[in-house]
Design a protein around this ligand. Structure first.
Ligand code: NDP
Length: 421
């Protein structure tokens, strides 16, 4: 990849299967979402049933669903613009500038929760979400597609320094998929940053809550398994929004352009596939003993502890290496002037945060029991995503740090799972 701050960076290395991946994935990903939701609604919930359950057009499209998705995006957009919370600076860009970002995602979550609680109290049937999940997913996916097209068109008039290092091959299909512009904005409204943690992530817990309310409607009270899934995933989303500033240094914000991959992932994939466990439990209830529930809660707590501690340790170190909580850790120097941690969590494995995340993923599926593979889709998908993400990050770090990265890999030989991977 040629990087020159005075010219448009031309991407030469393609990821995600190159052009073939960029053509197939925009079809395959939406079909997967609809397939998973349809299987979940079928009586056997079997991934192997043949013929696969096919939804009728009436089950896929409802104007009410479009109104709900647009209303939700509008509400989150208004909350994004509220002058509450602090403002943070992003990383230094190619032209030397730094963008400003509102850190008010946690406020958005709290205000959304209050608005929903008041609406439910006033009679809003939140459980109705379970009846229209398919059309909601169709509308969210359709809007993600339209948004990606508009983003691609917008990128054609963006200045060269605004392009993402990974999405400027010149091949329209690939660039549409990967995202051509790094930080597309309308005025100060940052479209990628807005989509990354708000409508989809908060939407995910609202869908979960809808499943819980429907369960109460049908069975009189929420099951222990439904409460665990809701509680664990609410903790995860609250944590992400509480630590919103950390997203500014992630690959998604700092490296990837905003195209179909992130738009569909943020707006459709996350809310509709990550809520699969709650959806499954509504239609295929599973009761848990107190002991099993305690063991699953302990697993989630362990995962969360590793995830939070390791992410905080790195963020603290990157923000201020002299912070007394990290200044005693062993590090190695790199030619860029930045140092790499080789003790503490980042001396245990090279991605301790992924390990914690995977333990939590397992804890979110276990409340659904072991009778069906469907609720474990998230675990399998997430393992694949993190192994692939780890390889991408490894390549980028190898490029950034060269020999020093090689030394780090020798000192910390395991990527995610000690002694295994
Ligand atoms: P990471 O937080 O793992 O960051 C990787 C970066 O950290 C590297 O590029 C490097 O950047 C820095 N780094 C790596 N090793 C060291 C070291 N030894 N010392 C200091 N810095 C180091 O990136 P992700 O964005 O992949 O993950 C963030 C979190 O989000 C994770 O917990 C992940 O599990 C989660 N996640 C969740 C998803 C979901 O769908 N639920 C999807 C994706 C991620 P540099 O040196 O430039 O600072």
């Amino acid at each position: 990849m040629a990087v020159d701050k005075h010219r448009a960076p031309r991407t030469t290395e393609k990821e995600f299967g190159g052009t073939l991946g960029a053509v197939c994935l925009p079809v395959l990903l939406p079909v997967t979402v609809l397939y998973l939701l349809s299987v979940c609604c079928s009586p056997s919930a079997s991934l192997l049933q043949w013929p696969p359950p096919l939804p009728s057009p009436a089950q896929l499209w409802q104007p009410k669903a479009l109104a709900i998705v647009l209303g939700w995006l509008g509400l989150q957009g208004v909350l994004y613009l509220l002058p509450v919370g602090k403002t943070a600076q992003g990383l230094v860009l190619r032209d030397g500038s730094r963008l400003q970002y509102p850190i008010n995602g946690f406020h958005s979550l709290c205000i959304s929760a209050v608005l929903l609680a008041v609406s439910v109290w006033a009679g809003l049937p939140l459980g109705y979400l379970s009846d229209i999940l398919l059309p909601l997913a169709v509308c969210a996916g359709g809007l993600a597609f339209i948004l990606s097209l508009l983003l691609y068109l917008k990128s054609l008039v963006a200045p060269p320094h605004a392009l993402a290092p990974g999405g400027n091959t010149g091949n329209p299909l690939y660039d549409f998929f990967m995202g051509r512009e790094l930080n597309p904005r309308i005025g100060t409204f940052d479209l990628k940053y807005f989509c990354e943690l708000r409508p989809g992530l908060i939407g995910w817990v609202v869908i979960n809550m809808g499943m819980l309310m429907k369960e109460v409607e049908l069975r009189g009270s929420p099951s222990l398994s439904m409460l665990l899934v809701n509680g664990f995933q609410l903790l995860y989303v609250t944590d992400a929004l509480w630590n919103e500033e950390a997203v500014l240094t992630t690959m998604d914000i700092a490296h990837d352009g905003f195209g179909f991959m992130l738009a569909f992932g943020d707006l459709a994939w996350v809310p509709f596939t990550y809520s699969l466990q709650a959806h499954f439990l509504l239609l295929h209830p599973h009761s848990l003993s107190t002991l099993t529930a305690a063991a699953i809660t302990a697993l989630n707590a362990l995962g969360y502890f590793i995830f939070r501690q390791s992410n905080s340790q790195k963020n603290r170190f990157r923000r201020d290496p002299t912070d007394p909580r990290v200044s005693g850790l062993e590090t190695i120097a790199t030619a860029t002037g930045k140092r790499l941690l080789v003790s503490g969590w980042w001396g245990f494995v090279r991605h301790p945060n992924y390990l914690g995340d995977l333990l939590m993923a397992l804890a979110w599926s276990l409340p659904c029991g072991l009778s069906h593979p469907l609720p474990y889709f998230y675990v399998v998908y997430f393992c694949t995503l993190l192994v692939h993400r780890e390889a991408r990050d490894e390549r980028q770090c190898q490029g950034k740090y060269g020999l020093a990265w090689g030394t780090y890999c020798q000192r910390v030989p395991y990527r995610i799972l000690p002694y295994l991977y």
